[in-house]
Design a protein. Structure first.
Length: 420
């Protein structure tokens, strides 16, 4: 089987690494990949958003299965284009991808299908969003409020404002932060309080299979301080959700979502990511993602024991309900090593040392390239995801952090409180 993975970050390295272990995979390609991915796959110089060139490549190279890593390709219809050519691909179609591509579409969908979420309103311009805030529907001038850009924003389009003045400032700055198109509409939400947990699942349109619950650490600084990032580390651990909480999420969110997709004329097939807030009133849905998260993927896939090819085939064939997916017992942890200046202005070109000293532990490359001398160098904000498993969370964290101490590059920054 020939497999193509689309993307270039740590998530895609983890996906490629998992496919590379499958005995059924004869050739593995990644578009466009990175220096670490090149260890396990043939990197293809094609942009993830050039869906027609990617479909041409898949046709010409007899690709049997394509796996989409990021949201941009899905939002612009890569699945529809591939399927129109008879190519097998994992991911939702363009219509279903709106669950992530448009915050307002997602919130209206939740409301239509009774999925518990925060109180919200959608404003069709930043100016109207400010008027909405001043109406008092989201509390007085001292009340916290969440400001979201409607469109895709690479993790930068959500601001949890401490008060009305901060929210107004976030609205005014949103277009500069994420682009005019993404910030054309603004979603305002009440600020919910509780534990944040992420729950991912495989879905074939009707059936689903859950992955281990996970928790990401978004802010750059320890103690959850500083600006948001794409993710500074993540854990998987059974203690994140009780059996009762998990059943509530299945009954009030997962089944209504999948059934809602069917009723609205688009089945959801691929990876669904539920961002959850465990409030005093029960679980509520923060957002949908329609693909693997990053760095959640790294911590999840190191625990997967079932062949990923078999899972993909079951999703495509509609037989996921009969697939017995097995996971390594215990926990896992991923610690992200980031460049100096990240997330504002990451520095690149610094030589990375010590990768040969980490032993069997998985180090997934997110932003790396090679210089003329063959050294790995930094080429992005998030550089590496140092990932380990353990019989419990303490062991997984200890193993990951021990490996972190063996790696270095100028300006390297990371959080020392992942999992705390």
């Amino acid at each position: 089987m020939n497999v193509l993975v689309i993307g270039s970050g740590g998530r895609e390295h983890a996906i490629c690494r998992t496919f590379s272990k499958s005995p059924g995979v004869t050739r593995l390609f990644c578009a466009n990949g990175n220096a670490g991915i090149a260890q396990v796959a043939e990197c293809v110089p094609a942009r993830p958003d050039d869906i027609y060139a990617l479909a041409d490549f898949a046709s010409k190279n007899a690709i049997d299965l394509t796996f989409v890593g990021g949201e941009t390709s899905l939002a612009i219809g890569i699945v529809d284009e591939f399927e129109s050519r008879g190519l097998r691909i994992i991911g939702p179609g363009k219509e279903a991808a709106q669950l992530e591509a448009s915050k307002s579409f997602a919130k209206d969908f939740m409301a239509r299908h009774g999925v518990p979420t925060a109180k919200f309103t959608t404003s069709h311009s930043p100016a109207f969003a400010i008027l909405e805030l001043e109406s008092g529907d989201f509390g007085d001038e001292n009340s916290p409020v969440v400001v979201k850009a409607d469109g895709l924003a690479a993790g930068k389009g959500v601001v949890v404002a401490k008060n009305r003045a901060e929210a107004v400032g976030a609205i005014k700055e949103m277009a500069d932060l994420v682009g005019t198109a993404a910030a054309e509409k603004i979603v305002l939400e009440e600020c919910m309080f509780g534990r944040e947990v992420s729950l991912l699942m495989f879905a074939d349109g009707e059936d689903f299979a859950l992955m281990p619950p996970t928790r990401d650490h978004k802010r750059i600084g320890e103690g959850d301080t500083g600006p948001n990032t794409g993710g500074m580390g993540t854990i998987t651990d059974a203690s994140l959700l009780t059996a009762d909480e998990l059943q509530t999420i299945i009954d009030t969110m997962i089944r209504p979502t999948l059934h809602g997709c069917i009723r609205e004329g688009f089945r959801f097939r691929g990876i669904m990511f539920l961002g959850l807030m465990m409030t005093a009133q029960g679980p509520k849905l923060l957002e949908y993602n329609v693909r693997f998260g990053d760095p959640e993927t790294q911590a999840i896939l190191v625990r997967l024991e079932t062949d990923l090819v078999d899972i993909c085939e079951a999703m495509l064939d509609g037989t996921l309900g009969s697939e017995d997916i097995k996971w390594r017992q215990g926990s896992s942890a991923c610690v992200v090593l980031a460049s100096d200046g990240y997330p504002q202005k990451p520095r690149t070109g610094d030589i990375i040392s010590g990768l040969e000293n980490v032993g069997e532990i998985e180090v997934f490359h997110a932003g790396t390239s090679k210089d003329e001398a063959g050294n790995y160098v930094t080429s992005g904000g998030r550089v590496l995801g140092v990932t380990a498993t353990g019989d419990d969370l303490a062991e997984a964290l200890s193993t990951a952090y021990s490996a972190v101490t063996k790696i270095s590059f100028d300006g390297m920054q990371y959080r020392r409180d992942i999992g705390k």
